[in-house]
Design a protein around this ligand. Structure first.
Ligand code: B12
Length: 185
């Protein structure tokens, strides 16, 4: 089986069920954490396989990526990082709970083509807008492609805050960014 299918159709579908049960008070935080740990253990097995398939690609661009301030969800962001890397991008993963200054500074430092902002909580969504606003104020907004995603993010929100791209999953993130970088020349 393609290891990516195992991730998307197996592990991620499992987490969706967990999320629903948590929302309906059928399970609680310890179970949520157990599910997240199980996911990460399984990724330890599958990640090398996914990496192997993506080797030997030319560098397509530089991406700075992280989960926004106040938000510690990392699983989705890690999958996006992995697929960008296997898709030929140099990725600077800033981790979770990342403040806007760190995004802006790192993008400047590594001369990024794109900045990826992940948000899983409704309450942390404004963290995506903060980064865009800071770049605009700094006169640097046009320098970067801003791509947003994560459970709480919607296409409407992405449009409202002036992001360049929204992607519902990691595969479409890689596809959409490649297209936009190509169009930019
Ligand atoms: C696992 C999990 C946790 C784990 C996280 C472990 C970790 N290290 O990541 C733990 C237990 C720590 C946790 C904590 C909390 N969680 Co939580 N968690 C989840 C759960 C079950 C799965 C999230 C996940 O990893 N999904 C799998 C990945 C692959 O999906 P994904 O993140 O959406 O990513 C994909 C796409 O969105 C996209 N993507 C993601 N990032 C990006 C970025 C870019 C740039 C792009 C283009 C695309 C992209 O690509 C990814 C791959 O295809 C979700 C429910 C759910 N179904 O989403 C709740 C959920 C997100 N959590 C929720 C809540 C409420 C919390 C807590 C507040 C609970 C509490 N009372 O403490 C805390 C918040 C902590 C914090 N400050 O961040 C709510 C959020 C509700 C809301 N809308 O605000 C959810 C939706 C559960 C629910 N239904 O109520 N959580």
């Amino acid at each position: 089986m393609d290891p990516l299918i195992a991730v998307e159709d197996g592990l991620v579908s499992g987490l969706d069920v967990i999320g629903e049960k948590y929302e309906n008070d059928e399970i609680f935080l310890p179970e949520l954490m157990m599910a997240a740990n199980t996911f990460q253990t399984a990724m330890g097995v599958l990640e090398p396989e996914i990496n192997e398939k993506g080797q030997k690609r030319a560098k397509k661009g530089v991406v700075v990526l992280g989960t926004v301030k106040g938000d510690i969800h990392k699983i989705g962001k890690d999958i996006v990082t992995l697929l960008f890397r296997t898709g030929g991008y140099e990725v600077h993963d800033l981790g979770e709970d990342v403040d806007l200054f760190t995004f802006v500074e790192m993008a400047k430092k590594v001369n990024a083509d794109a900045i990826g902002l992940s948000a899983l909580l409704t309450s942390t969504l404004p963290g995506q807008k903060d980064v865009i606003d800071a770049l605009t104020q700094d006169g640097k907004r046009e320098k970067y492609i801003i791509i947003v995603g994560g459970g709480a993010t919607t296409p409407e929100w992405a449009e409202n805050i002036g992001a360049d791209l929204y992607a519902e999953n990691a595969q479409s993130a890689v596809r959409k960014l490649a297209q936009m970088i190509e169009n930019k020349g």
